[in-house]
Design a protein around this ligand. Structure first.
Ligand SMILES: *Cc1c(COP(=O)(O)O)cnc(C)c1O
Length: 478
């Protein structure tokens, strides 16, 4: 690439902008072309590449005192960063629960970067767009139009915000200033709950062990009679049950708790009912899967991610709270430098900084708004239905093979399977081999005491041909 003489300002002033924008403009156009080529050609790249030591070592350099020309930095990006990312844009990435992203969201990130809006507060369009996105999420799940919410990094933070709302519901504002004052709050979730939920109780100072892990029934859902028994035992021991967390789309097998039953129980006992629907929430957009979410419309709060099944680029988590007053009461703080005003830029209350833990916040809402607007909810629903169909296809391939076996029912988009007769160590090696060969990136999980190969079909780019190739390759290598 031609090195323009002064892409950045080199004079005595301290501005970071160039004197002449043409060099930066040309570099930006090159980057844009390359990144569109990157996405268009992603299927022909390895899914993942281990980083060579020399590349790793390049990131242990001392703080640069002098700048380097952006074209050279971009060359470094192409050589040492672009090849070594997670790989979740690739159709053959099937590990964990990772969304594939989408090109409109990529472009929206460029626009958001140019606006550089701080969405912690004040009266500007970034917050209006975010409220639109929150309203859409509530509508998608059948929650009331008055539902409040917030975009956050991910469902880990969304679950944390929900736990603090539940604490407010039970103990009132005094818990914010005085702590628990001897209250022994207990919460309930199934043993399949995501690790961030006990993490949220830990961070909230409530103690992760005060999240009681209720056993699963035969369909990998929280066993309701065991839940009742656990609550009764805690009440008898002088504890105060305050929160039931339903899981909508468990990470291991994609199971949905009986949300209607959980919500009825929570309501009867005046407990807060939260649903961790990190990826499962998007099932609401697919008629074939939507009934799995029955009861979510009764939730007091919901955590969901737009960066998983909704294919928005990372990060884009979201919390919804049925009662906006409880969300605000859980986080609002009065400070003179953030004082409200009913006109001017300091208007527009309530501000997001009073609805969650962050003050400065980026313009995440733009990429969510652009993704939902560009494709429409029905197309995202078709992605949900199609990924489930691809998973069912893989399940059928496995059932048809006498060397492979399903280790959990495939009710959604996650296929847990094993090689007949393989030890856990052999399974671990097989998965690591596939990853290191750059061919496929499934992950693993434990199912009933056995290590399973886990293929979660979340990416809109993954087709039947990709999962056929996975089954063929595994059968070839074992
Ligand atoms: C992914 C996931 C989380 C965590 O969400 P992050 O966005 O990674 O913070 C929580 N719960 C479930 C069920 C998930 O799938």
């Amino acid at each position: 690439m031609d090195e323009a003489p002064a892409i950045l300002y080199t004079g005595a002033m301290s501005t970071l902008d160039p004197e002449d924008w043409s060099g930066l403009r040309a570099l930006g156009h090159t980057m844009m072309d390359d990144m569109i080529d990157h996405l268009a050609g992603i299927a022909s790249q390895p899914v993942w590449r281990p980083m060579p030591e020399a590349v790793r070592a390049a990131f242990t350099a001392p703080l640069p005192r002098e700048g380097a020309p952006p074209p050279a930095l971009y060359e470094a990006f192409r050589a040492t960063i672009q090849p070594y990312v997670t790989g979740n844009t690739h159709p053959r990435f099937m590990g964990w629960v990772h969304g594939g992203g989408n090109p409109v969201s990529m472009l929206a990130e460029l626009l958001a970067g140019a606006m550089n809006a701080n969405c912690g507060g004040r009266d500007h369009v970034g917050i209006v767009v975010e409220r639109q996105v929150i309203a859409w999420a509530a509508q998608m799940l059948g929650l009331p139009a008055t539902t409040s919410g917030l975009l956050l990094t991910g469902s880990s933070m969304a679950n944390f915000v929900a736990v603090l709302c539940a604490r407010m519901h039970t103990l009132g504002p005094v818990a914010r200033t005085q702590g628990l004052n001897g209250a022994r709050l207990t919460a309930y979730a199934s043993t399949a709950v995501h690790r961030c939920v006990p993490g949220a109780l830990d961070m909230a100072g409530l103690g992760s062990e005060n999240l009681r892990l209720v056993p699963l029934d035969g369909q990998f859902r929280m066993d309701i009679s065991a839940l009742r028994a656990a609550m009764a035992e805690d009440i008898a021991a002088g504890c105060t049950p305050f929160l039931i967390v339903g899981t909508a789309g468990s990470v291991d097998v994609g199971a949905f708790d009986d949300l209607a039953a959980l919500s009825a129980l929570a309501r009867a006992k005046n407990l807060w009912f939260h649903v961790d629907a990190a990826f499962g929430a998007l099932a609401a957009l697919s008629p074939a899967q939507a009934t799995l979410l029955n009861g979510i419309e009764q939730a007091d709060s919901v955590a969901l991610d737009f960066h998983k099944w909704a294919q928005v680029t990372y990060e884009a988590g979201c919390v919804l709270v049925r009662d906006p007053a409880i969300q605000e009461a859980s986080f609002a703080q009065a400070t003179s430098y953030l004082a409200a005003s009913n006109r001017g830029l300091a208007g527009g209350q309530p501000w997001p900084c009073d609805m969650g833990p962050d003050l400065s916040r980026g313009f995440r809402a733009l990429k969510v708004w652009m993704t939902l607007s560009a494709y429409g909810a029905d197309a995202l629903g078709r992605v949900v239905a199609d990924t489930c169909a691809v998973a069912a296809h893989l399940a059928a391939r496995i059932e048809a093979s006498d060397r492979l076996e399903l280790l959990a029912p495939v009710g959604l988009n996650i296929v847990c399977f094993g090689v007949t007769g393989f030890s856990d160590a052999q399974t671990q090696d097989l998965v690591a081999d596939l990853q290191e060969q750059g061919l496929f990136a499934p992950s693993t999980t434990m199912i009933n005491g056995r290590l399973a190969i886990r293929a979660a079909i979340v990416n809109h780019r993954t087709t039947r041909a990709d999962v056929d190739a996975l089954a063929d390759e595994i059968l070839r290598q074992i």
